[in-house]
Each structure stands twice: as C-alpha cells, then as structure tokens.
Design a protein around this ligand. Sequence first.
Ligand code: NAD
Ligand code: ZN
Length: 375
Amino acid sequence: MRAVVYQGPNEIEVQQVDDPRIEDPTDVIVRITTTAICGSDLHMYEGRTAAEPGIVFGHENLGVVEEVGPGVATVNQGDRVVMPFNVACGFCKNCRGGNPAFCLTVNPPGAGGAYGYVGMGPYRGGQAEYLRVPFADYNCVQLPPGEEHEQDFAMLADIFATGYHATQLADVRPGETVAVYGAGPVGLMAAYSAIIRGAAPVYVVDKVPDRLRLAERIGAVPIDYSKGDAVEQIKDRNGGQTDKGIDAVGYQATVAEGEEQPALVLNNVVDTVRPTGTLGVVGLYLTSDPGAPDENAAQGRLLFDIGKFFEKGLRMGTGQANSRMYSDFLRDLIIQGKAEPSFVVSKEVPLDQAADAYARFDRREEGYSKVVLKP
Ligand code: NAD
Ligand code: ZN
C-alpha cells in the first residue's frame, strides 16, 4: 500500500510499504478514507524529535473496516469508524478511570500509545491506505454509514476532542470568560468547545491573520499579540482577568518561531486568569527535545512562574487528551447539526500530494490551517 513515510527533517515521501495485517485477535484493519495532518506531526517533520526515517505518520484517521480479528465483538466489516489518536485498551485502571491517554496496557505503559508517533509505541500511522487498529472494540468509534460529515467526523480523532479536553481540564462553565492562547487547529477547537459549553466572551490569541479570522467566525474575540501585549489587550476588553485560560501553543510552537529563548506562553495564561481560576494545558511540553535552545529547555525544564501561580491559587490540568472520552457525544453533536468542526479544514488533497501539503502546512501558508489527505 501507499503511505506517508518520514525521510528526515522537512522531508516526507509517499512510498510503498507492507500492508498491515491482523496481529492480535482484537485487531481490525481499516481502509482509510480521510486522514488529517496535525500540528503534532510537525514536531517530527521538522526534525525536533527522535523520529527515525521510515516511520509512517498519521494519528487522525477515519475509514471503513476491511478485516476483523476473531476476538472483536462489536465492530464489523463495512462499519464506518473514526479512531481517537490514543491507542488504549479500555480495561486497565487508567482507561476505566477515564484516562485512556495514560493506558497501562499499550506501549509505552502509562504514557499512552498513539498511531504514527515517535515514543508512543509501535503503532503505525494512518496517512496510508490501510491501518491496523488494536483493541478495536474500544478504539473504533462507530459512525453513520455513507460519506456525510466526513471532515467533521475526522476531527473527532484528535483536534475536536483535544480542544474539548482543554475546556474540560480548565473546567469551563456557562457564562464564564475564557482566554485561549494559540489559534492553531487545537486552539480554535478549544475556543469552539468553550462556546459550545456556553462560555462568553472567549478570547483567542495568535498573530496569524487567517487563524484569527477563523476565531472571529465562530464567535470568539481575536487578539493579535503582534499588536501589543495579549494580557493587557484582554484586560482592556474584559475589564479584568478571565475566569479560565487555555494553553494551545505549548513550548514547541514557540521555539518554532525562531525565538532566542523560549517565551513560555503558560506564564501569559497565568497572568490572564483571575485568582482561583483554572488552566487547561494541551500544548505540548516534552521532556526530550533535541531542537531546544539550551539543555534545560531540552529537558522540559522551563521557567514557569510558580510564584504567581501559587499566589493566585490557580489550578491547572495538563497532558495528552483523553480523546476517547468525548468521541461519542461530540459525534452526536455533529449528527444533530449542533457542531461543525470541519470549519478549520482549509484543504483536502490526494495522499500522493502529501509532501507538498506538509511543506505548506509547516510554513503556515494562507489556506493551509488544517489539511486532510484522501488515500
Ligand atoms: P499549531 O502549531 O498549528 O498552532 C499553534 C499556534 O500557536 C500557531 O497558530 C502559532 O502562531 C501560535 N502561537 C505561537 N506563539 C504564540 C504565542 N506566544 N501566543 C499565542 N499564540 C502563539 O499547532 P496545533 O495543531 O494547533 O497544536 C497546538 C499544540 O497542541 C501543539 O503543541 C500540539 O503538539 C499540541 N497538541 C496536543 C495534544 C494533546 O493531546 N495534548 C493533541 C494535539 C495537539
Ligand atoms: Zn493530531
């Protein structure tokens, strides 16, 4: 089959690789119909990680079940399914406790597995014609047959669920004011989720014009940090600080901008939120980053302003999104016409054009805010 294969920094190629096969009785093989490129893929693409050439990317996958292992109970050939990006078992202590991103069964135990991601287990990615899905009864989310809402449902694999998770971590409630840092796909989905949860106003901070326009389109208030300190701009408009804050930038995206020292966006979020407010952090802070400006940064040891955080009595939730926890009801919101997360998708291209799409998405070119590939 054809697949997106990492060649080295800033280079991917669509190549022939072996077809996946059923390895465990609880596996299914899915024929991929839509697979999205994620900001997280860029950490590997840009060569900032330990990803080795040869890895097949792709953790935002949707398709039709082609083959079913003998131990699968609820998934059938021909089912249309989307796979949350975490690979999880569904039965360990963490999965049963609602934290499948920290599944204790899959590799690596407790750190969560994912498709096509360095350090997150041996699971091959789905930017390809076919994908093996382990523990299929848990990891396949059933969709209505046909092709309706294809792009909307594809967003359930990661960014819609991750955006929603950010609002869950931040405990966003109706009527609250929320500041979201980062208007990438994840930040936009966090803002969208906050609005779905009844928050208002929701501020979205970035400096990329078409991303800020999208924020405005969904009813959020765009804040351009290239035009002045974001914390002050939000204070001016809000008459003070916000109830809740979300970091959808992480440390990597900041470094990618080529700054000398990592400007820790999280400190801005701390400054933006009122005393006793809550922070949701979904932007990545990794403990191993060869591209970081110095050794401390490379270890994830960054200058977090714990003093201010403590004095304000703030709370904070972090980590990989427990995407499977939200799949069913977010899917149902889409089916009922109450959510349309495909508003972030700006391009749909054949899998064979993946190299060009990666390069443009990486340069944050106008019109490439979220790209889906069609195998
Ligand atoms: P992205 O790179 O497309 O978006 C990041 C945005 O942040 C960009 O638009 C950039 O202009 C903006 N930005 C940079 N510096 C900023 C600053 N100082 N203030 C405000 N905005 C700033 O990435 P994305 O796909 O939206 O993902 C965002 C982050 O979430 C990444 O770190 C990604 O790895 C992470 N992520 C985490 C999970 C999870 O499970 N926790 C899942 C998916 C993605
Ligand atoms: Zn993703």
